[in-house]
Design a protein around this ligand. Structure first.
Ligand code: GAP
Length: 493
């Protein structure tokens, strides 16, 4: 990370805390690693991101419905999905520092170092050796590579390593009132399985016809070996996932559709196209026949924000086998030979985005420290240039002074507008300071009530990004603010 990007990211993290977006969890007890709480503005921003996703996926698609499945599920589900046996990270401990690392991450860091030092051939050969070892789950080979390339522990500086072991990322807990004799259950590591096991419930009760989708937003839990970069990799996080059920043989058409549709969803927020890229997977999971990541350029480099996976019929077939219940769909439509497609297990295209990662992206992408100096007057501001639909607060209502009946008039306006929007009323401090505070939390509009308001019932609307002001009739505010923050501005693009 270059110095300026490093600084920028640190500033984003402290801004998020200072302005009530994200707090370290259990902070008064010194925190809990890789767990975070969302503050008063963070919770609003997160809800607005969820609403944007839900509206785009469910409300805008007649053939997609949303569910909310439980976090606890039958333990056999995770056996069927492959998570009990295969949801592992290779980890290694340094015997001196007692610190635990992901073996592949240590090697990735070494590869990055070789690249930085211009040792391209060494970087490439280590990369391919590591890829091969990961593919074959060859743990001794990973250890050999760590030894051979003289990887040292970043804390102790020594090369005193344990063997590499597999570490399952699922959290487990005891189910039932008595710990003794009760069953072990897992906290779900993805929301997707809650969709797969409800496939028939939704299809039958909703009379859904293929192709159709089931969407869900919810918590997921992973005991990540390394958690870093703030809320990028957390142990408790939220996913927004959609499984799209299609006819076998038609999955590539839908994969291409969702790959494009999902990037469009990101770009509609106004983010520069060059901040995004696709990363097509060349090494596929055993159940997938195509997979791509949508990556965003964070200050610390391009990182995955969303995955689009063609998961074949793997999950439904596994659940059919493990539960003994048929997971088939009867398709009455006629194929090219004029015969019904009949019974089959549908294929699935999945779109899976991390809500917290999207939150971080939104914060990083909207954060701007601006110099506003004019002549010999120096000034600056920190502004979150959030899309108005995502902004935690849509408008602030500000009486110019605390007297002359201005607060009463401002509160009257506030009471009318708050029926539709999340607003803030503030009368403390100078108007300039109040504008700056709203800029810092991304409030797109400030409505100022001044002495002229009492004469002609007009107010000013100050626009966050341009800082320009316009005078409008107070009686028109519902319509004007309603239009400015309407979801139509985002969903219609
Ligand atoms: N159902 C497929 C699935 O879970 P994934 O690539 O493991 O696929 C999907 O996760 C998305 O969830 C990622 O693109 C990322 O945005 C988010 N995600 C995964 N692990 C995360 C973590 N530890 N913390 C925050 N977000 C995470």
């Amino acid at each position: 990370m270059s110095k300026s990007n490093d600084e920028l990211f640190k500033n984003v993290i402290s801004h998020a805390k200072e302005y009530g977006f994200v707090f370290p969890s259990s902070e008064i007890y010194d925190g809990l690693s890789a767990v975070y709480d969302y503050g008063q503005f963070g919770a609003e921003l997160k809800n607005n991101i969820k609403t944007y996703w839900w509206k785009s996926m469910v409300q805008m698609h007649e053939n997609i419905v949303g569910i909310d499945s439980a976090i606890f599920m039958h333990p056999k589900i995770w056996k069927a999905s492959g998570h009990v046996d295969g949801f592992n990270d290779p980890m290694i401990d340094n015997k001196d520092s007692k610190k635990r690392y992901r073996a592949d991450q240590l090697l990735e860091d070494k590869i990055a170092k070789y690249e930085k030092d211009g040792k391209t051939a060494k970087a490439e050969s280590l990369q391919s050796a590591m890829d091969e070892a990961l593919k074959n789950e060859d743990l001794p080979k990973l250890k050999d590579l760590i030894v051979e390339h003289e990887v040292v522990c970043p804390v102790s500086g020594t090369r005193n390593w344990t063997d590499v072991r597999q570490f399952n990322l699922m959290f487990s807990t005891q189910f039932g009132a008595m710990a003794e004799g009760s069953d072990e259950v897992y906290l779900r590591p993805e929301t997707a399985q809650g969709i797969f096991v409800n496939f028939l419930n939704v299809q039958k009760t909703g009379r859904m016809k293929i192709p159709f989708g089931i969407a869900q937003i919810g918590k997921a839990f992973r005991n990540e070996v390394i958690a870093r970069q703030f809320i990028l990799r957390m142990r408790e996080f939220e996913q927004m996932e959609m499984q799209f059920f299609v006819r076998p043989g038609e999955e590539m058409k839908w994969y291409a559709y969702w790959k494009e549709a999902r990037l469009k969803w990101h770009l509609a927020l106004g983010t520069a196209t060059e901040k995004y890229r696709y990363h097509d997977h060349t090494k596929l999971a055993h159940y997938a026949n195509a997979a791509v990541d949508i990556e965003f350029e964070f200050p610390f480099g391009f990182k995955e924000v969303e995955g689009i996976h063609s998961r074949t019929d793997f999950d439904l077939s596994q659940h059919q086998e493990f539960s003994g219940k048929k997971m088939q769909y009867f398709d009455p439509e006629l194929n090219a030979d004029g015969k019904p497609y009949g019974n089959y297990i549908p294929y699935v295209i999945e779109t899976s985005i991390g809500l917290d990662r999207m939150f971080l992206l939104t914060l990083v992408n909207s954060f701007e420290e601006q110099e506003l100096s004019e002549g010999d007057k120096t000034d600056s501001r920190t502004v979150l240039r959030l899309h108005p639909c995502l902004a935690p607060v849509k408008a602030a209502v500000l009486p110019l002074t605390k007297k002359d009946g201005l607060p009463e008039k401002a509160k009257e306006i506030m009471d009318r507008l708050k029926l539709d929007h999340n607003l803030i009323y503030e009368e403390k401090d100078s108007i300039g300071k109040r504008y700056r505070r709203q800029d810092a939390i991304g409030t797109p509009f400030c409505i100022t009530v001044d002495h002229q308001t009492l004469e002609d019932n007009t107010v000013t609307i100050r626009h966050r990004d341009s800082m320009e002001q316009e005078r409008v009739p107070a009686s028109e505010l519902e319509r004007i603010i309603g239009d400015l923050v309407s979801w139509k501005n985002l969903l219609g693009s």
